[in-house]
Design a protein around this ligand. Structure first.
Ligand code: RAT
Ligand code: ZN
Length: 416
């Protein structure tokens, strides 16, 4: 059906984006097989590490005192500091309020204990169904790190798949700390040395293949520092070119590079202590050009890298740019980036992932992002309609399906 006017356009874009079932390509969620690793509920939501960092700007307790508190005490402190003594309009605070509202709780009561009661009546299985429904998400991709003992145990024990939870093989330690982590591979039966000789490289490839067999991941991923450079004289660069790239190609498991994390700028903040630095888009271009049959998913953490990365994606069809990551997951920056990406790349991007660490966060991250993406898309259609171009509802639906899922699945050459 042809869109006749701006009013109809707005309605159609909003309806389609509200109703689309999303594939969320990067989260930190787990199936229930991983027990306590799946985080949910109001105390988890309020103690999200983004909120820990914000709280520690106000309070005068030491970091050690904070970390020694129970989860509930931490949540009480954060609630009092960020929600009661200040107005909670930072994006991470607002997110908590959106979750409470969408779950039907009374946000105006400000009563953390009554919210706790709500979650007590729920089993985790019921809650997973509810969150997927409210968030409008059909599947999410986990972050599965074989170097984490608690996770390994489940993989080597009785992992049972839940088809809503897809897998991604996370390999940061292999790339960022080979000089110590080679010992883990050794312990697990791989004949490796710190020196990357031919046999060691072969054994790293065997390690990757074994975990691909075990997990059936959609992609391999690593979070990488601003100074991530390939090629260079380093174990990381060698492992990328001699192990990741060939295994990725052979197994059709793309390599996802998440570039720009400055680890533990403030170590006392622990999980909340990382920062951002500008990365090297030249490395992305080098890999895409040198390995044209390989596929690369890339997100970068620095705002300053976004334009250059979009231009790189115009040059290489084997590069798929995704998400507004971490410190970029704020309305003003999502809007700016989405506008720029649509202008440079049309619908051939994945505008967002949630990075949810708590199940409940799927609700707010997607509520907030859907709205911004809808605003930008509406503007872009409006601009072309102004030339006399006409748009069918089915064409809007087609574009929305692509950016919220199909682009990802097509890139992987896998079925939804
Ligand atoms: O956004 C976050 O929660 C970060 O702490 C990281 O987990 C980041 O997203 C990552 O995947 O390394
Ligand atoms: Zn993440």
């Amino acid at each position: 059906m042809k869109i006749q006017n701006t009013y109809e356009l707005r309605k159609a874009v909003d309806r389609m984006i509200d109703n689309i079932k999303i594939t969320d390509i990067h989260t930190h969620l787990f199936t229930t097989d991983f027990n306590d690793l799946l985080l949910w509920g109001v105390d988890e939501l309020v103690t999200y590490h983004y909120l820990i960092a914000e709280t520690m700007r106000w309070v005068d307790i030491s970091y050690d005192e904070y970390w020694a508190m129970s989860k509930q005490e931490q949540a009480d402190l954060i609630w009092d500091t960020l929600f009661i003594k200040n107005s909670p309009y930072s994006e991470a605070c607002r997110g908590v309020l959106t979750v409470l509202e969408k779950l039907g709780l009374d946000v105006s009561s400000r009563d953390l204990n009554s919210y706790r009661e709500y979650f007590k009546q729920m089993t985790v299985d019921q809650y997973i169904d509810k969150v997927f429904e409210v968030a409008g998400v059909s599947s999410i991709v986990m972050t599965n790190d074989p170097f984490e003992d608690a996770e390994r145990e489940v993989w080597l024990g009785d992992y049972k798949a839940d088809k809503r939870f897809k897998t991604a093989l996370r390999i940061d330690p292999l790339l960022n700390a080979w000089n110590t982590k080679y010992k883990c591979l050794k312990e697990w039966g791989y004949d490796v040395k710190e020196e990357l000789d031919e046999n060691t490289l072969k054994e790293i490839r065997r390690f990757l293949n074994d975990w691909i067999d075990r997990m059936n991941p959609l992609y391999m991923a690593a979070s990488l520092p601003p100074d991530f450079v390939v090629p260079e004289e380093s174990s990381r660069s060698k492992i990328v070119e001699e192990c990741i790239v060939p295994v990725s190609l052979e197994r059709n498991v793309p390599f996802a590079m998440m570039i720009g994390v400055k680890k533990l700028v403030n170590p006392q903040l622990q999980v909340a202590g990382d920062s951002v630095g500008k990365g090297d888009v030249g490395t992305v271009e080098y890999l895409c050009a040198k390995y044209p049959h390989n596929k690369f998913l890339v997100t970068m953490l620095a705002r300053e890298n976004q334009h250059e990365l979009c231009v790189a994606a115009r040059k290489f069809r084997n590069l798929l740019v995704f998400g507004c990551w971490w410190f970029l997951n704020n309305p003003s920056l999502i809007e700016e980036m989405t506008r720029m990406r649509f202008e440079l790349l049309g619908p051939s991007v994945i505008p967002q992932h949630s990075d949810a660490r708590m199940l409940d966060q799927l609700i707010y991250k997607w509520t907030h992002s859907r709205k911004i993406i809808a605003d930008v898309l509406f503007d872009k259609y409006n601009d072309i309609i102004a030339t006399g171009w006409t748009i069918e509802e089915e064409e809007i639906q087609r574009d929305v399906e692509k950016i919220f899922g199909k682009n990802f699945w097509d890139f992987l050459e896998r079925e939804f």
